[in-house]
Design a protein around this ligand. Structure first.
Ligand SMILES: NC(=O)c1ccc[n+]([C@@H]2O[C@H](COP(=O)([O-])OP(=O)(O)OC[C@H]3O[C@@H](n4cnc5c(N)ncnc54)[C@H](OP(=O)(O)O)[C@@H]3O)[C@@H](O)[C@H]2O)c1
Length: 367
């Protein structure tokens, strides 16, 4: 991928870039900490928490004991001010809830800008996904928290965007990531027509740390059910991104999400109509060619398995076809490729590093 507009690392002391994570005790924040622990350039400088400032980070993430710097504690929203240095690069990874993120990220970015830092942000929430604040308000039901910042953010899946976003980046939602990665090779090549139908199953970690009736383990672990069908907030996001990435009018997307009886991962099954019949192996080859430069993507004719991607930043695609019916199955880890991993991939790009820097992880295989 081109890195023409990326911030250079010449001014980073020891070629180390401080990263501030917003989202404290959240699952995505924890996953970002896990992934960044092995990153050769990014160093977590602060983790901002709304409700747990001063508490040890390992208390929220005991599985990271020994991996995080000893004694590291969560900090309040004004503490990152000590992380900025004039003329030096710095990153902010926002893993806070939608609605709360825009104003918080604006506040943190303003302090970095005032200090003269070369700051770049990646938002993992929904707040900067839509270029139009009115569309955001129509979907999320409240006004945008920092409308003046919207033009600074580019929302896309990294694999579907050539080059470096001009300023900040937004990772799409986890369902959206899985679905658009399945449809993109075929829609952009003009091989399909009509509606894109997607049915996807997510693990319980997709709902975050706070349990609710719909996500609590006893009510979910042996169940499978749809929710928000044909009305999920990711549906317009999928249409918008597919239109933009394929440079076509927004396609009609029909989306049915399901709650699955597992913790991590998304399995999406995407159905499209081919303009002309084609074989599964030819279509899989088209997908493989479209993703030839993408280090995290595999495309073939075998049905992909969640277990092969959980814990990794990978997306595996499987293609089946009969007559004019095309089915693409797509698997990702919602917390990694669908959130923290995709966000770090963007952060790599923004700082001129190869996408895969620090992210080439194998999964556990069995867990
Ligand atoms: N879970 C996924 O698979 C997934 C996938 C893609 C995108 N996302 C997005 O990533 C973001 C984080 O998701 P998550 O699953 O990590 O959620 P989560 O587990 O609920 O964590 C969010 C954390 O943000 C902090 N927080 C809560 N309310 C806040 C507020 N009003 N202002 C500032 N901070 C607040 C809380 O930590 P403190 O109390 O410590 O501050 C909370 O633990 C969300 O926007 C979500 O939509 C999640």
């Amino acid at each position: 991928m081109a890195t023409d507009a990326a911030i250079g690392l010449e001014t980073a002391p020891g070629r180390e870039v401080p990263i501030v994570i917003l989202g404290g005790t959240g699952y995505v924040s924890g996953e970002a900490l896990r992934l960044l622990a092995g990153h050769p350039v990014f160093r977590v400088a602060a983790v901002v928490s709304k409700g747990h400032a001063g508490q040890p980070i390992v208390q929220a993430f005991p599985h990271l004991r020994g991996v995080l710097p000893p004694g590291m504690t969560f900090v309040g929203p004004d503490a990152p001010a000590s992380c900025w240095r004039s003329g030096h690069p710095a990153g902010v990874l926002a893993a806070t809830p939608h609605g709360a993120t825009a104003a918080l990220l604006d506040r943190v970015l303003a302090t970095a800008e005032a200090a003269g830092a070369q700051v770049r942000a990646v938002d993992l929430s929904a707040d900067f996904r839509f270029a139009d604040g009115g569309r955001y308000q129509a979907i999320y039901g409240h006004p945008h928290g920092a409308p003046h910042r919207i033009p600074q953010f580019t929302c896309m899946v990294p694999e579907l965007y050539a080059g470096v976003p001009p300023r900040h980046a937004t990772q799409p939602g986890c369902f959206t990531t899985a679905v658009v990665m399945a449809a993109w090779p075929f829609l952009r090549a003009g091989l399909v027509e009509g509606e894109v139908f997607a049915s996807a199953v997510t693990g319980s970690s997709g709902s975050g740390r706070t349990p609710s009736d719909g996500t609590h383990h006893p009510g979910r672990h042996a169940d499978l059910r749809a929710y928000g069908w044909l009305a999920h907030r990711h549906e317009p996001e999928m249409a918008m991104l597919l239109g933009a990435a394929c440079q076509v009018p927004e396609p009609e997307v029909a989306f049915v999400p399901h709650s699955g009886p597992f913790v991590r991962g998304i399995h999406a099954t995407v159905r499209m109509t081919l303009r002309k019949p084609a074989t599964a192996s030819d279509l899989a080859q088209i997908a493989a060619t479209a993703y030839a430069d993408a280090p995290f993507v595999h495309a073939g004719v075998e049905p992909p398995r969640l277990v092969d991607v959980v814990g990794t930043n990978r997306c595996h695609l499987g293609v089946a076809a009969r007559g004019r019916t095309l089915v693409v199955a797509s698997v990702i880890d919602n917390l990694a490729k669908g959130a923290a991993g995709g966000g770090i991939q963007w952060m790599n790009r923004l700082f001129g590093l190869p996408d895969a820097t620090g992210l080439m992880l194998g999964g556990p295989g069995w867990f």
